[in-house]
Design a protein around this ligand. Structure first.
Ligand SMILES: C[S@@+](CC[C@H](N)C(=O)[O-])C[C@H]1O[C@@H](n2cnc3c(N)ncnc32)[C@H](O)[C@@H]1O
Length: 281
């Protein structure tokens, strides 16, 4: 493939999440609302029970009211948006490049009677389609992992946030000493170019107006989560092959093994980063 036709990270993420096998896989195995790592109270808990806990944990770090304007970057099926709308009555804009997921998101919002509070917009978070100072909170879960321009994403967030705004997110990251040979098959699973790190994000916050960057390292849950995803896929193997195809499922199981191994060996990180524009260091 020559450079003119080479796909960008944005194209790859869009193709991946719009494809039927990926949509069916995430919808069935990850529970239909959330596509992110969960917080496990015990190692064999269901993915569906573990997933909402991280949303609650993130929300507990901020103050929301019905006036709070929130932007969710890479919003998937909109599970976090519905939680925030239902719990606090806040107004949420979901920005996501997958039309397939956006359709499901809108259907769920309507069904839950929350569509008056949630607006779903198709777009790229590397070039956020909103004016400066439009939001009080920018929220994102396990989505910036797909970008090859993470510094640009943080810059865009800084631009659209109000002067006292908060940026809270989780991301799938690497530890600073993760060997290249371990990283390669991890990146291949979902066609990624690279991974960020806690250190990288703290550095970005320092370079911008976002003076505080709190980190909550929850990396142990990443290994549990990917092991649980792998177990559920193996348990439902025949059904998953029928709905997603054998090649997709076999490649996925192989890829998940690399994530579990890399997680167990402390090569991957996951957790919350909270950048706050109003607090000086
Ligand atoms: C792992 S899923 C997480 C979805 C959702 N945040 C959740 O936790 O359920 C990653 C999401 O990021 C979105 N995404 C990836 N790259 C993006 C980009 N450049 N702009 C907007 N959305 C993007 C994908 O479409 C997908 O919805």
């Amino acid at each position: 493939m020559d450079t003119a036709t080479e796909k960008t990270a944005v194209d790859k993420a869009q193709d991946y999440y719009n494809s039927s096998p990926a949509d069916r896989f995430y919808f069935k195995i990850w529970g239909g609302e959330h596509i992110h790592v969960g917080i496990y109270n015990h190692p064999d808990e269901s993915i569906k029970d573990a997933s909402p806990r991280i949303v609650q944990m993130m929300a507990s770090k901020l103050k929301f009211t019905p006036e709070t304007k929130i932007l969710d970057l890479g919003s998937g099926y909109g599970g976090a948006a519905r939680y925030l709308a239902k719990r606090f009555g806040s107004q949420i804009t979901c920005l996501n490049l997958s039309e397939t997921q956006n359709e499901r998101n809108e259907q769920f919002n309507k069904k839950a009677g929350l569509d008056h509070l949630i607006t779903v917009v198709e777009g790229n978070f590397e070039d956020i389609p909103f004016p400066d100072n439009s939001f009080d909170v920018v929220w994102s879960q396990d989505a910036m992992v797909h970008s090859s321009e993470r510094a640009q994403v943080v810059k865009e967030v800084d631009r659209v946030l109000n002067k006292d705004g908060d940026f809270i997110f989780t991301d799938l990251m690497q530890t600073f000493d993760c060997p290249k040979s371990i990283l390669k098959p991890v990146l291949d699973r979902i066609h990624l170019d690279s991974l960020g790190s806690f250190g990288f994000y703290v550095e970005q916050a320092r370079k911008l107006d976002m003076k505080k960057a709190e980190v909550v390292d929850l990396s142990e849950h990443l290994t549990t989560h990917y092991r649980r995803v792998m177990e559920e896929t193996q348990k439902n193997y025949d059904e998953m092959v029928e709905i997603c195809g054998k090649e997709y499922i076999d490649t996925m199981i192989q890829g998940l093994k690399h994530w579990v191994e890399a997680g167990k060996n402390d090569h991957l990180s996951w957790g919350i980063v909270h950048m706050d524009k109003s607090e000086a260091v």
